[in-house]
Ligand binder design. Structure first.
Ligand code: MAN
Ligand code: CA
Length: 499
């Protein structure tokens, strides 16, 4: 059985007469203990009720506090929400206006995008045209370079040909000079044989004329040689300029290639592309103009080189012709030289025969020898004859030999002093006609005792092969070399056979 209890009436609880009190559903206490338990339970119930009441009060207070707080928070929240709402309205308006602005901007950007696209297409087109033009120019540039190389090569060949011609020209000139020298010798010999051979004089005149013609031709050749040298120098310079221009073109070509690569790579941004394309467009236009100009210059230079090539070819042909003419003339001169030499030898032989014949005749005529000896001067073991007329060295010697003597041979200081005392300007028997610089006496003996005047022998003008004894010198050094064709007195020496 269950008993409920009321608050505040624990003292007046009355118990029934039951012996057992049910403590809970299953437990029953004895009635003796029951009184004690009931008293303790009533205290606990009251304590619990008090606690419960306190808890209720606390709960109530808490609920009230919470309600007050929530009311306040709600008010604050309302304020915040209203301010937020205001901010949101302002923000919405701002956003609306920015949307309008952005829409306008988008439209403008769309328009500019369209314009830029069109511009890009145009630039691409012009870029393509310029690239094609540049390729054409590069091709023509390459062709011109090849043409220039061919011209340079033909130029070099022509220069080599010209050098060969110049060399053969030089050889011919040397041959002509040699011929001149032999010509001169022949002229001298012809002078010596002048009286006995009139025909040789005429031939000498002819040789003089041909000599004059050769000199003129040599001068013309010298002039043409000089002109060729100048032209060669000009060609060298133009060649050097062309090489430099080719290098510049190569560099500009390289720059163009690099710019083209940059253009290919710079297609990302339209604006940048436009600027770059504009710049490259400008550069390409300038370069195209430069290439056009250089093309024009190269074409002009090529024409000039062609002209100079043509001129050089003509000059080469002229030189070949003059070379051929000179060769023919040289051969003619050689032939005439050979003929003259043969004639001279024949004349020499006949002359020698005459002299020997006369000598034999004189030796057979003692009266003549005695008369002749009367005008001779004796010194030592020799007799000396000084002429009274002037002759060339050869004729003087011939005269001595006709007298059974020869031109004087001076082989001692005493003999030199003896002749100096005569104080005459006379030929002596000393010559280097056989070999220049090797002086020999007429008997073939070499020169040992010398009495050359100061600075002699000097072979003046390369034509002095005979020795003369000068008069009026203050020292004993009296000899000088002179051209043998000069006419002087002479002195013969005869050594009579010892008896
Ligand atoms: C000067 C000098 C000589 C030369 C004669 C020629 O006297 O030079 O050596 O032989 O001229 O006339
Ligand atoms: Ca001299």
């Amino acid at each position: 059985m269950k008993h409920s209890k009321k608050c505040g009436d624990s003292e007046s609880i009355a118990y029934s007469n039951f012996d057992m009190i049910e403590v809970n559903d299953s437990t029953y206490l004895d009635k003796a203990d029951q009184t004690q338990g009931i008293r303790a339970g009533g205290r606990r119930s009251r304590l619990a009720a008090v606690c419960l009441g306190l808890l209720c009060v606390l709960l109530l207070i808490t609920i009230i506090v919470i309600c007050v707080r929530s009311v306040r928070e709600k008010e604050a929240m309302d304020q915040t929400i209203s301010s937020l709402s205001e901010n949101c309205t302002a923000e919405r308006e701002t956003l609306l206006s920015s949307i309008t602005t952005l829409t306008e901007e988008r439209d403008q950007l769309k328009n500019s995008y369209k314009d830029l696209s069109e511009e890009k297409d145009q630039l691409k087109k012009s870029n393509k045209d310029l690239t094609e033009e540049r390729d054409q120019l590069t091709k023509s540039n390459k062709d011109l370079s090849e043409e220039r190389d061919q011209l340079t090569k033909s130029n070099k060949d022509l220069s080599e040909e010209r050098d060969q011609l110049t060399k053969s020209n030089k050889d011919l000139s040397e041959e002509r000079d040699q011929l001149k020298i032999s010509n001169k010798d022949l002229t001298e010999e012809r002078d010596q044989l002048k009286n006995s051979n009139k025909d040789l004089t005429e031939e000498r005149d002819q040789l003089k004329n041909s000599n004059k013609d050769l000199t003129e031709e040599r001068d013309q050749l010298k002039n043409s040689n000089k002109d060729l040298t100048e032209e060669r120098d000009q060609l060298k310079n133009s060649n050097k300029d062309l090489t430099e221009e080719r290098d510049q073109l190569k560099n500009s070509n390289k720059d163009l290639t690099e710019e083209r690569d940059q253009l290919k790579n710079s297609n990302k941004d339209l604006t940048e592309e436009r600027d770059q394309l504009k710049n490259s467009n400008k550069n390409l236009t300038e370069e195209r103009d430069q290439l056009k100009n250089s093309n024009k210059d190269l074409t002009e230079e090529r024409d000039q080189l062609k002209n100079s090539n043509k001129d050089l070819t003509e000059e080469r042909d002229q030189l070949k012709n003059s070379n051929k003419n000179l060769t023919e003339e040289r051969d003619q001169l050689k032939n005439s030289n050979k003929n003259l030499t043969e004639e001279r030898d024949q004349l020499k032989n006949s002359c020698q025969n005459l002299i020997e014949q006369k000598k034999k005749d004189q030796q057979k005529n003692p009266i003549h020898i005695l008369n002749d000896l009367a005008s001779w001067k004796k010194f030592g073991s020799s007799h000396y004859y000084i002429s009274t007329e002037a002759k060339t060295w050869d004729k003087a010697r011939q005269n001595c030999r006709e007298r059974g003597a020869d031109l004087v041979i001076i082989n001692s200081r005493e003999e030199q002093e003896f002749i100096k005392r005569e104080n005459k300007y006379v030929w002596i028997g000393l010559t280097d006609a056989e070999e220049e610089g090797v002086w020999k006496w007429v008997d073939g003996s070499p020169l040992t005792t010398r009495f050359w005047n100061t600075g002699e022998p000097n072979n003046y003008a390369k034509g002095e092969d005979c020795a003369v004894f000068k008069d009026g010198t203050s020292t004993l050094q009296t000899w000088n070399d002179l051209p043998c064709c000069y006419e002087n007195l002479w002195i013969c020496e005869a050594t009579l056979p010892s008896s």
